[in-house]
Design a protein around this ligand. Structure first.
Ligand code: PLP
Length: 381
């Protein structure tokens, strides 16, 4: 099996699995209890929080553990809207559904939401900056999950702050492109998801500079500063800390490995798949994502065929992979519907090899040949 869908989720290493088993065996207490079993679990949790904070040069009280990025984005967007119903929320046209659908809900609830337009390479247009008033929130992503495009969010954040706005970064895909310390220093809220980095599903980190800027969304216990009440999954948070620490320590090396693999893949694609165009190739993209247009082949069929051959890729966002509707993000970039439906995403792990690429491209070529023959036959009917 060849896995080229790392932007959707990354596998957990044996080291992480063993660490989780150890915690579940020896340190399984409820962190909120009053006895020694709980105290041990609580110590581990607070050590993990402290370490995560150090890694991004923040304080422990800035760190809220959540079930993942979707929950964290909802906590910030909805929490901000509750607290500041008269402020505007700006959001980019290429945001993940976790933002987009929350914004849809908030607009229906009479919150003033403003879409930030993008150009054909999914680079943010900056005219929205003039409309920011003090206290408005701007939600942008450093790296897009479908195209891999890198936006200059640091420069944008500076301009938003000059206008006294607040900045939320969906940093889920950004770890190999932006130093988290730099990102965190330039924003008011930032979000990372564990399962993109090799922790299990169900854990994420929300950085909050000032908790007073958002209202509480769910109610219950006093865990996670009451920003995210509910019994804390200390074993998942421990796994998140392990992968985050590892990725930060080795960011440059891992990113370089993926850069080489991406360069190799692009050269190979240009030679072996000359009918394919690489999206957004004129702008900076993350080393772990390539978006390909394979028009007139429909990606849904291709992804299914490749899966049967043991090659795992995606059409774009995993959350929308089952859908036969074109990607909202690609349409926002001005791509025609049929071409948007002819898009595949290859995304790499740090240990993806040239052999993986060779095999995947070989299979893509064969499947595309078969599907092209079908397209020709159906056009001749
Ligand atoms: N934001 C981006 C950019 C993503 O890529 C994803 C996952 O695909 C999410 C948010 C949602 O993450 P989670 O699965 O942790 O809720």
């Amino acid at each position: 099996m060849i896995y080229l869908d790392a932007a959707s989720t990354a596998p957990t290493s044996k080291m992480v699995q063993n660490a989780i088993i150890d915690v579940l065996s020896d340190n399984w207490g409820n962190v909120s209890g009053a006895h020694q079993v709980s105290a041990r679990a609580k110590n581990m949790l607070e050590e993990d929080r402290e370490k995560m904070a150090q890694l991004i040069e923040a304080k422990s009280e800035n760190i809220v553990f959540t079930s993942g990025a979707t929950e964290a984005l909802n906590i910030v967007l909805q929490g901000f809207a509750r607290k500041n119903p008269r402020s505007k929320i700006f959001y980019s046209a290429i945001e993940h559904d976790a933002v987009f659908k929350t914004i849809e809900y908030l607009s229906e609830s009479n919150i003033d939401t403003v879409k930030i337009a993008v150009d054909s390479n999914s680079i943010y247009k900056r005219d929205f900056l003039n409309d920011i008033n003090e206290g408005d929130l701007v939600c942008i992503m450093p790296v897009n999950n479908e195209t891999g495009v890198i936006n200059d969010v640091i420069g944008l954040a500076e301009q938003v702050h000059e206008r006294k706005g607040l900045v939320l970064f969906d940093a889920v895909q950004s770890i190999y492109s932006f130093d988290p310390i730099e990102l965190i220093s330039q924003c008011d809220f930032a979000i990372y998801s564990g399962h993109k980095l090799g922790a299990p599903h169900g854990v994420g980190m929300l950085y909050v500079r000032d908790r007073k800027k958002i209202d509480q969304l769910t109610f219950g216990g006093s865990q996670e500063w009451e920003v995210r009440p509910g019994t804390t999954p200390a074993f998942l948070i421990h796994a998140l800390r392990i992968v985050f620490e590892d990725v930060i320590a080795n960011r440059n090396v891992l990113s370089e490995q993926m850069k080489k693999i991406k360069k190799y893949a692009i050269e190979k694609i240009n030679v072996e798949l000359p009918f394919v165009s690489i999206r957004c190739s004129e702008v900076k993209t993350s080393n772990h994502i390539i978006s390909l247009e394979i028009y007139p082949i429909e990606s849904q069929m291709l992804v299914a065929m490749l899966s049967n051959k043991g090659i795992c890729i995606s059409k774009g966002s995993a959350c929308a992979s089952g859908a036969s509707t074109p990607s909202r993000v690609l349409l926002e970039m001005g791509i025609e519907k049929q071409k948007a439906l002819s898009t595949i995403r290859l995304s790499f792990l740090p240990d993806t090899t040239e052999q993986d690429i060779d095999m995947a491209i070989n299979e893509i070529k064969q499947c595309v040949d078969m599907l092209s023959a079908k397209v020709v036959a159906s056009n001749e009917k």
